[in-house]
Design a protein around this ligand. Structure first.
Ligand code: ADP
Ligand code: MG
Length: 323
């Protein structure tokens, strides 16, 4: 069991950002609308995720750290239509096998909950505790028992960069959630929640940037599009300013990026990219998730139609704007 967890950990827990990803996705799965992420030293010494979601029932606390105890995949077909973010039931056991984990959780407003401490995959303590509704997971000393993995970590700034980049995308995918991100006791990001995408954009890119974004909303037989696109003056030197969200998940797609850049083709200086946040909705059968679940790349079965749709709709907004 411990060996299996370590092997799984190698896949699930590549670096601090992968721990953050798994913990925050669990918070979102639990319907939290407030998620606080506290990081120390790029996540290598501390990752703490606190949410106000549904919590874990006392009887489920011991099994939450067992492999596949909770896998939501019941059928291979489920893999093609994943609705909740987590589906492998491997994240918590994997994380707990390579770090010191403390979980505090409660499912109700009684003020009572459980605390569970796990080190290197071993349960050290499960006790009653006074706490508020939701879940608070602290992961300390990541890879303390796998020094070979620790050696692959880059600088603290690089590791934190992966974390913040991920949280920004997640905030755009979930404008209804108020995210707080703190690194070494410094507030890095606070999004308002409440569902307004433009306010989330303002929290991430600044109010000045948000003020020069143009609204996009369109729909055809296959695709629904909503988002905000920057005026050409808001260009970036790299592609990171283009966020594409498909059916609620942040994805990377060369096709989508190409279509976006095409829409701006005469408007951008060479080697500059626009600031864009797009939320797309389509039938899940049109999205190919037949890749490693941790990877963010996707393919679309109606790729050419989708590219044309994006290029046309963004082009329409840009041409109609007073630039
Ligand atoms: P998965 O998310 O794939 O089910 P995880 O190992 O990530 O597996 O989590 C195991 C289980 O623990 C989840 O299915 C969920 O029931 C519970 N859980 C984990 N984190 C939270 C959380 N923040 N709030 C509520 N339940 C949680
Ligand atoms: Mg999970």
């Amino acid at each position: 069991e411990h060996v299996a967890n370590l092997i799984a950990a190698g896949e699930v827990v590549e670096r601090p950002a992968s721990v953050v990803k798994e913990l925050v996705e669990n918070a979102i799965d639990a319907d939290a609308d407030q998620v606080r992420i506290q990081i120390e030293e790029g996540g290598l010494t501390l990752i703490r995720v606190t949410d106000n979601g549904r919590g874990i029932a006392p009887e489920d606390v011991p099994t939450a750290f067992q492999r596949h105890a909770t896998s939501k995949v019941r059928d291979s077909r489920d893999l093609h239509q994943i609705r909740t973010l987590g589906f492998r039931g491997e994240a918590l056991p994997s994380i707990a096998s390579v770090a010191r984990v403390e979980l505090i959780t409660s499912t109700d407003k009684s003020g009572l909950g459980k605390i569970c401490v796990i080190e290197g995959g071993e349960v050290k303590k499960i006790e009653d505790i006074r706490t508020t509704k939701g879940t608070d997971i602290t992961v300390r000393d990541l890879f303390y028992n796998t020094p070979a993995r620790l050696k692959y970590m880059k600088t603290i700034q690089t590791e934190f960069g992966h974390i913040s980049d991920y949280i920004y995308r997640l905030a755009f995918a979930h404008p209804n959630i108020a995210f707080t991100l703190v690194h070494n006791d410094k507030l890095v990001l606070r999004t308002p929640g409440g569902g307004d995408l433009l306010q989330t954009i303002a929290a991430v890119y600044g109010t000045a940037a948000a003020r020069s974004m143009l609204r996009v909303q369109a729909e055809d037989a296959d695709f629904t599009l909503f988002g905000w696109i920057g005026k050409p003056e808001l260009t970036r030197a790299n592609r990171y300013g283009m966020t594409t969200i498909v059916n609620g998940r942040y994805v990377r797609s060369y096709a989508l990026q190409t279509a976006i850049v095409q829409a701006y083709h005469t408007l951008l200086p060479i080697n500059r990219y626009p600031l864009v946040v797009l939320q797309l909705t389509m039938d899940p059968s049109l999205v190919d998730v037949n890749v490693h679940p941790a990877k963010l790349e996707v393919r679309f079965s109606k790729e050419r139609e989708l590219m044309k749709f994006i290029e046309t709709e963004l082009g329409r907004v840009l041409r109609g704007a007073d630039l």
